[in-house]
Each structure stands twice: as structure tokens, then as C-alpha cells.
Design a protein around this ligand. Structure first.
Ligand code: BG6
Length: 494
């Protein structure tokens, strides 16, 4: 076991109450994240983790399941039976059959016994339950001004439903108490985007339409829909990935420097970007968006099913791939295309942001070789790496010959420490009361407003999915994934 660190920051005591406490998200993400912070020695205050379940509560079965999930989801070297049993001393299972004052009786008496500075309610349930749970908490008088609520996407399926979910929650919790998780914001490499941009004068000087030709944001997954067919078929790639993760990445790349690292400042800058996104029209949807669905194929030598087989349906219009070309209509980004693309069952898992700089203004070299433009490649996963592609002279006589060479910074080589997972960082920030890495309701409304220009125009133009083979790079032999000259020139003509 690694030695616990010495943390000087002392948290205020808390009770973390997880609704959906025996669900998949809780077992796979929430408990492993808290356990990891416990192992690292960061939970120095008094606290309780309370798992709320609607089923019969059997603490023994729960403990066993927890042990098995922790072993699967935490690094092997950080797992020990002894530490798990110490951790479990603070984890309690409580039954609440329904969302009502009567249903929350046991929770209420627990919280009366274990008074803490703050009660943090984590809704790890379908969003349809957010309203009823909030209401029942209010009626049970379990919420005060120090309480917080953590919610997860999908926050609705369109603008209207998302506003209605918020309206329900806001009856009980104020905006400053609501923590909307987008786990991409908790990733170390995503946070590093802020440091890369705002702690390096070099890049910021060239971060605009004068110097940048285009920006690509790609999140490719080799996974399919796993056990979430029901949810995914209602959402599709656009709502599952673009509406939140890809737009948040775009915001961090495109926003103006915030005045300070405070939540309001950062969120306001992101909001301006979201509000500047060019809405889609009936015309632009045809030339600047593509959606696709995977058919059977092969991934790393393994045969995999088609999407329809995965969801066990004969028919579905849901897209598992989307590629979009969009613009941020403001002073800094005038006419710079942003390419957003994401897909399931791609050849490999990788997420990256590529900043394509413009060519030099005038080429003084007589060489016939192509002069490539500079590229800054920010690889977010699976490896965390930054590469700067720059032209370099090929040594030796024979005039100036050159070729593109990458200057590489491998995160893992530069830092010995383990990178904390996204949920670790985010949960700790909730305990601290720091909302910087969480979305505001205004951001959500702006994101949905723009997304609806896509969904409504897809509907109006009856845009259909293009099929692509699982294990490929998506529609059109993957041209959308590798070529920034992209849709209009290459793909749409096929
Ligand atoms: C989730 C989506 O929000 O993000 C999933 O619902 C997707 O469909 C996942 O697989 C990707 O997250 P990560 O951290 O694995 O890139």
C-alpha cells in the first residue's frame, strides 16, 4: 500500500448521501473515487457515506459487492482487505422505499444522530427521480443552507425537459448548492488545458484566427453501448457526448482568459463561448454534419455485433457516430472551423484536441517538399501527451531540406505521481464547495439551445444515419476522422 500523504487542508465534516447507492455508477465510479481519497489520506475530517437503496437492505451483501467493485475499479496496489474494512466503517446502507417523508424516516433519524456541518446529496438515479427526491428532502427538512446536491447527466433530453428538471430542483436547492457533474472536467489532462493556455505566454499569443486555421476535437471509443442500451437508444452520440463533454472541451479551448480561477469567472467565459456557437440551419446541417450507426465488425481481432444487435431491436434511428463542423462567432475565432467528432465502436479509443496553425506567410525555402503547418496535439486519453509538430531541417548538405518533427511531452514520464481519477477530483471539490469544474444552469441552457438547432434540423431534413463498420474509423472510410478538409470537399461528394 502507498503511504498516506500529509494533507494540510481540513474539510468540514460531511455526510454524503448517495441516492441510487447500489447502482452501477455508484459502485463503479463514486465509491472507488472516495476510497482512493481515503487511502491517500485526504479525508481527514469526520464523515459518513450513506448509500440509499429502494431494495431490502442487507449490509453484508452490500459490503461484499462493494469489496468486489473496489477491487475491480481501484489500482491493485491500493487495495487491501484491511483498508477496505476500515473504509467500510464509515459507509452505511439505508433503505428508502420511496421518495417521501415517510420513505426518508430512517435517513432522517440517521442524520439526526450523526450531525455534520454539511449534508451532500448525490442523485445517482435517472433524472426523472431528481424532482421527487428533492421535494421529499425538503418536506423532511433535511436541507439547509450548507447542503449541496450533485447531479449527473443526462439532464433532460432537450431544452424544455432540462429546464423542467432544474425547476424541480431549484425549489429545494439554490444554484450555488447545485453541482452538475461533467466528468470530463475532472480529468487531469482536461484541467491541464487551462494551464497550457493561461500559464504559457507562447501559446496564448497565437491563439486566434490570425494564427489558427482549424481546431479538431475528437473522442473515439472502441466500446459499444455496453449494458446501457435503454438509455443510449434514447440519447445517441449527440446527446451522450457532444452536448456535454465535447462542448465543454470546446469551451476550454475557445474561451477568453477568465479574470481569476473562480467559479463565476470561469463559467461566465464558457457561457460566452456556448452563446457564440453558430446555430445550424437547414442548409448547414446538410453540409456540416454527419451521423452514423455501426454495423457488425471486428475490434482487435474480436467479432462484435451491430448496434441493432446490441440493443436487440430491428430498427433504430439513433446515431452512434457524429461529426460536426461549427464556428464560434466572435472576434477571436472569426471563420475558424471547429470539428467535433465522436463515435462508438471505433478502431481504437483515443481522445485528442488538435490545433492546426496556419502556414507561414511566405516560404523562403526553395525545397520542393511540402511545408507542413504547425500542429499542437493534445492527447487526452488513453495516453496523456502533448506534441508540437514543427518543421525541422534535415541535417547534412544539399540545401535546406526539412520535415515535420514532433516535440513531445509525455505526462507519465514527467510526473511520478498517480493521476487522480476525474470523480476523485470532482467529489473533493463538492466537499470543498468549489463549483469551478461544474456546469452552471446558464451553460446548460446555452448548450441545449445550440444542440436543438442540430436535432430539429436533422428532423426537418430527414437526415439519415450512414452505416459504418464496427472497428473502422466511421463513415466514409474514416475520412471524417483524419482529414480536416472534411465533409464538404471529401465526404459529401461520395
Ligand atoms: C459518458 C458517456 O458520459 O462518457 C459514455 O455516457 C461514454 O457513453 C463515457 O462511454 C466516456 O467517458 P471516458 O471517461 O471513458 O472517456
Amino acid at each position: 500500500m502507498p503511504k498516506a500523504k500529509k494533507y494540510t487542508e481540513k474539510f468540514k465534516n460531511f455526510n454524503l448521501i448517495i441516492f441510487g447507492g447500489t447502482g452501477d455508477l455508484a459502485y463503479r465510479k463514486i465509491y472507488p473515487a472516495i476510497y482512493q481519497r481515503f487511502i491517500d489520506g485526504q479525508l481527514t475530517c469526520n464523515y459518513n457515506i450513506i448509500a440509499i437503496t429502494r431494495k431490502e437492505n442487507h449490509q453484508d451483501i452490500f459490503n461484499k459487492e462493494m469489496e468486489s467493485f473496489l477491487s475491480q475499479n481501484v489500482k491493485e496496489s491500493n487495495i487491501s482487505k484491511n483498508e477496505i474494512s476500515l473504509f467500510m466503517k464509515n459507509v452505511h446502507l439505508i433503505r428508502a422505499k420511496e421518495a417521501s417523508a415517510e420513505g426518508y424516516k430512517d435517513l432522517k433519524s440517521f442524520l439526526a444522530k450523526f450531525k455534520a456541518y454539511q449534508n451532500i446529496f448525490y442523485f445517482s438515479t435517472p433524472s426523472s427521480a431528481f424532482g421527487p427526491i428533492s421535494k421529499a428532502l425538503k418536506v423532511s427538512r433535511l436541507v439547509n443552507s450548507e447542503s449541496k446536491v450533485v447531479i449527473e447527466k443526462p439532464l433532460g433530453h432537450n431544452l424544455e425537459s432540462s429546464i423542467s428538471i432544474n425547476d424541480d430542483i431549484i425549489e429545494t436547492f439554490s444554484e450555488s448548492q447545485i453541482y452538475r457533474i461533467d466528468h470530463y472536467l475532472g480529468k487531469e489532462t482536461v484541467q491541464n488545458l487551462m494551464v497550457l493556455r493561461f500559464a504559457n505566454n507562447l501559446f496564448e499569443r497565437a491563439w486566434d484566427s490570425e494564427h489558427i486555421d482549424s481546431i479538431q476535437i475528437t473522442v473515439a471509443e472502441s466500446l459499444g453501448v455496453e449494458k446501457r442500451a435503454g438509455y443510449y437508444d434514447q440519447s445517441g452520440a449527440l446527446l451522450d457526448m457532444v452536448q456535454n463533454h465535447l462542448l465543454q472541451l470546446l469551451c476550454l479551448v475557445a474561451m477568453e482568459p477568465p479574470m481569476a480561477l473562480k467559479a463565476t469567472e470561469v463559467r461566465n467565459e464558457k457561457l460566452k463561448v456556448l452563446r457564440s456557437l453558430r446555430p445550424f440551419t437547414k442548409d448547414s446541417i446538410r453540409t456540416e454534419s454527419i451521423k452514423g450507426q455501426y454495423t457488425r465488425g471486428n475490434i482487435e481481432g474480436q467479432k462484435v455485433n451491430s448496434y441493432l444487435e446490441d440493443i436487440e431491436k430491428y430498427e433504430s434511428k439513433t446515431e452512434t457516430f457524429v461529426a460536426i463542423k461549427t464556428y464560434v462567432d466572435n472576434w477571436r475565432w472569426k471563420n475558424v472551423p471547429f470539428y467535433l467528432r465522436t463515435g462508438k465502436r471505433m478502431k481504437k479509443r483515443y481522445s485528442e484536441i488538435v490545433i492546426n496553425f496556419k502556414q507561414v506567410k511566405h516560404n523562403i525555402f526553395p525545397s520542393k517538399e511540402k511545408m507542413n503547418n504547425n500542429k499542437l496535439i493534445i492527447r487526452l486519453q488513453p495516453e496523456e501527451r502533448i506534441e508540437l509538430i514543427q518543421m525541422t531541417k534535415i541535417p547534412g548538405p544539399g540545401g535546406y531540406r526539412y520535415k515535420p518533427i514532433a516535440l513531445k511531452l509525455d505526462y507519465v514520464d514527467s510526473f511520478e505521481e498517480r493521476f487522480p481519477g476525474a470523480y476523485e477530483r470532482l467529489i473533493i471539490d463538492v466537499i470543498r464547495g468549489n463549483q469551478t469544474l461544474f456546469m452552471s444552469q446558464d451553460e446548460l441552457v446555452a448548450a441545449w439551445t445550440w444542440i436543438e438547432t442540430i436535432t430539429s434540423n436533422w428532423k426537418n431534413t430527414n437526415t439519415k444515419n450512414v452505416l459504418y463498420e464496427a472497428g473502422s474509423w466511421g463513415p466514409g472510410d474514416g475520412v471524417l476522422m483524419k482529414d480536416e478538409s472534411w465533409v464538404t470537399k471529401t465526404w459529401k461528394k461520395k
